[in-house]
Design a protein around this ligand. Structure first.
Ligand code: F6R
Length: 234
């Protein structure tokens, strides 16, 4: 693992955007895996700036997001597709961008379809990740085994509590999501994980330096051959 310590959120975001832009410059037809949440917002802002200045072009790049809430239409501002459009897709020129379809009538079939679409795109070159306070990546929650492929997942209480900040009441927070599996994430050729905030220091320590266990899903990244982590937790 290549662990970089950034001086703060802005520095982390600039470093992450530089790595993503470098990937697009090196391989214009890259396949990117993207994440939602608070952590990558600054990275997307910086990517939009680099694109606006003509320093990077994404017209041949394709993206797959980690996850989407089940039962959440694209018209819902809390959907991940709305988040990605608002923060990045409407402001840069990606060739095509995909998320799992949260409204698919048969979520299990949608998970299979999504996994197949990633395989048909010849896999992900660079997967961007955040981390949950419980160590989740995507919506792969602590469990007694690692989920292999894209799955329809019941969110844990701690994740529902964390997501409640975006809703008027906890009852409105989606309880299920469609998420890439740990296997999907581990198949990415490169991984860029961002960890920001003093409240993530403890889980960062466990994930990066503790035992590899499905109880801390992100710990599996210790087994991946090409992971860069940018930490802004001080
Ligand atoms: C988002 C995702 C999640 C988040 C994690 C951290 O697509 O899959 O794993 O990366 O919950 O969220 P933030 O960045 O809001 O702390």
């Amino acid at each position: 693992m290549n662990i970089i310590k950034a001086k703060g959120y802005d520095e982390m975001s600039k470093m992450a955007a530089a790595i993503i832009a470098a990937q697009a410059l090196r391989k214009p037809a890259s396949v990117f895996g993207f994440a939602t949440g608070s952590t990558p917002v600054g990275t997307y802002r910086e990517l939009v700036r680099l694109f606006g200045e003509g320093l990077v072009d994404f017209s041949r790049a394709v993206t797959f997001n980690l996850d989407e809430y089940a039962g959440c239409p694209a018209s819902d501002p809390n959907s991940y597709v709305a988040f990605m459009r608002g923060n990045l897709f409407d402001k840069a020129n990606f060739k095509a961008s995909y998320l799992p379809d949260g409204m698919a009538p048969n979520p299990a079939a949608e998970c299979l379809r999504y996994e197949k679409a990633i395989t048909e795109a010849e896999g992900i070159d660079l997967q961007l990740l955040g981390i949950g306070h419980n160590g989740h990546i995507g919506f792969n929650e602590p469990d007694d085994h690692f989920a292999f492929a894209t799955q329809h997942i019941k969110l844990t209480d701690s994740t529902i509590d964390a997501n409640a900040r975006f809703y008027n009441s906890r009852d409105e927070v989606p309880k299920y999501a469609l998420s890439m599996g740990i296997g999907t994430i581990m198949n990415a050729r490169g991984i860029l994980m961002l960890i920001s905030g003093a409240d993530k220091r403890e889980i960062a320590e466990k994930a990066l330096h503790g035992p590899v266990t499905p109880r801390v899903p992100a710990s599996i990244l210790q087994m991946h051959p090409d992971v860069t982590v940018i930490l802004a937790v001080d």
